[in-house]
Every structure is written in structure tokens, then in C-alpha cells.
Design a protein around this ligand. Structure first.
Ligand SMILES: O=C(O)CCC(=O)C(=O)O
Length: 272
């Protein structure tokens, strides 16, 4: 049998040409950016089945939706798939995606923090408003997540949505993702008059958001799972910070052995 040619995978390593000259300034102003054509349909078609089968294999959430809390209903979550599957590693280690992250952050290189597949099941609930950096024991805000849907994502599937400019607002940063973060941050977004930018994603679109940007997603009212891969990148020179809460203490597991005050040069955090 002939092996599947890896040709489309090359796209993963060639620079993305779609960044506008203003992209870095836009990203700094808004705290997120929604880009088109980040990957071609053939590349997504190549990786989606592998990611989906790995999510099914590794998923540990087996309760019916009705018996879960709000966070549990938001999505199935599997972390560091790159360590489980060589093909997924190819995607997570993509120089194209890492290059966009570095350009948006304005840093010379980014380091992998971890990856996560986030699958919102049919009838899956909202993703409560939250900011990711609450969870991260890192010395600066130069970290960014790519949210890469593995299918076209219309509004009724629950695409990720962002409060424009909210990364500069320092209240509400003490909240894990929960009913409380949903209530308090929704109120803050309204009071501060941040625009809630809710947009469908075409196949190949991806967004990048900063660690402190408030974001959320609607429920999945469709009949198919909303399949999404994320990769979290940090400035290659970022350092491990003293954990500010228990969740941050737990998140140090993604940088095993890295000491507070040091750059996390661990085997799990390569420069990409
Ligand atoms: O996919 C979702 O619904 C949530 C994603 C998210 O919060 C993130 O990628 O930081």
C-alpha cells in the first residue's frame, strides 16, 4: 500500500501571507484577531479525523450532558494531544502557526505551552466568559491561543467570541471559568461597553487571542460536534511566575521541573 503523501502538510511550515501590515497593531488594540485562510481545506481534512479519533480515545468525560455542570457541558477537553500522536504533533509544531503567534505578540519566537482539543457536543452548552491567563503562572502577558475550528463554524455551533479591548481591563481576572465568571464578566463587558464580537468561522479561519482577553462561546445548537484544536504559545523568553492561585499551581504541570523565575526550557515546551 502506498503511504499517504505528506504534501499538503508542507503548508504547515510555509509562512502565512495573510497578515495585514496593521495586524500586530490590531491585535494589540483588540486583544484578538480573526484570520482567514490560515490553513487550506486539504490540510484540515488531513488532520481533523486524527484529532477526532484521539479525542474519542482519550476523553475522560462520560457523564450525560444533563448531569454535568456548566463548564462540563461546554466542551470535551483533551490536552497535549501532540504527545499522543505523531500526526497531531505535526500540526501543533507548525512553523506557520507559531510564526503568526510570534508576529502578533511581537516576539522573536514562541514556545509551546500546551495544546487542547475542545469539542462542543451537539446540545453542548455555553462556554462561560473567562480569561485564560487566570490559569497560567507566567511572568508576562505575552501568551496567545490559536483557536482553529476543524469545520465551518456557523453561529449556531458556538464559535468563539471576544470582548474587544478587554485585555486592558484588569478587573475580573480572579475568576476561573464558571457560572460566576459568566455572570460577572458578562456584566463587566456590558458596563465597560466592550463590543462582543461574535462571528462565524469559515473553513480554514482561525482566531488568536491574548491571555487576558475575555472570551466566551454560545451553545452548539447543531447536530454535529463543534470540533476545535487550540495551541497555546508563550514568548520564548517568558519565565515561570510564582502561582497566584491553586489553578496556576496545577498548571505548572505543563512545564514539568521548570522553576519559578526561570525560562521553562523543558522537553514539553520547545521553541516552535
Ligand atoms: O472553544 C471554546 O468554546 C472555548 C475556547 C477557549 O476558551 C480558549 O480557547 O481559550
Amino acid at each position: 500500500m502506498t503511504a499517504m503523501p505528506e504534501t499538503p502538510a508542507c503548508e504547515l511550515d510555509i509562512p502565512y501571507e495573510g497578515l495585514a501590515p496593521t495586524a500586530n497593531a490590531d491585535f494589540n488594540r483588540d486583544g484578538f484577531i480573526h484570520l482567514s485562510g490560515v490553513l487550506g481545506p486539504e490540510t484540515i481534512a488531513r488532520y481533523e479525523p486524527t484529532i477526532t479519533s484521539e479525542v474519542i480515545r482519550l476523553n475522560t468525560q462520560h457523564l450525560p450532558l444533563a448531569e454535568r455542570d456548566t463548564y462540563g457541558r461546554a466542551f470535551l477537553q483533551v490536552t497535549n494531544l501532540w504527545r499522543e500522536n505523531a500526526r497531531v504533533k505535526r500540526l501543533v509544531f507548525s512553523r506557520r502557526l507559531a510564526g503568526i503567534a510570534a508576529a502578533l505578540l511581537g516576539v522573536h519566537a514562541v514556545r509551546l505551552y500546551h495544546d487542547q482539543a475542545l469539542y462542543k457536543e451537539p446540545s453542548g452548552g455555553i462556554t462561560p466568559w473567562h480569561a485564560d491567563q487566570y490559569y497560567w503562572p507566567l511572568s508576562s502577558d505575552r501568551c496567545v491561543t490559536i483557536w482553529l475550528p476543524l469545520q465551518e463554524t456557523p453561529l449556531d455551533m458556538g464559535p468563539l467570541a471576544f470582548a474587544r479591548g478587554s485585555h486592558n481591563y484588569s478587573c475580573g481576572r480572579d475568576l476561573p471559568i464558571s457560572d460566576e465568571s459568566e455572570a460577572r464578566l458578562r456584566q463587566a463587558v456590558a458596563e465597560q461597553d466592550f463590543e462582543d464580537v461574535v462571528e462565524p468561522f469559515a473553513l480554514g479561519d482561525a482566531s488568536f487571542h491574548r491571555g487576558w482577553t475575555f472570551h466566551h462561546a454560545g451553545p452548539n445548537r447543531g447536530t454535529a460536534p463543534r470540533r476545535v484544536m487550540t495551541v497555546i504559545y508563550m514568548d520564548a523568553d517568558i519565565r515561570v511566575a510564582e502561582p497566584a492561585n491553586d489553578r496556576q499551581a496545577g498548571d505548572r504541570d505543563w512545564m514539568p521541573g521548570a522553576e519559578v523565575g526561570r525560562i521553562p526550557r523543558t522537553p514539553l515546551n520547545p521553541v516552535l
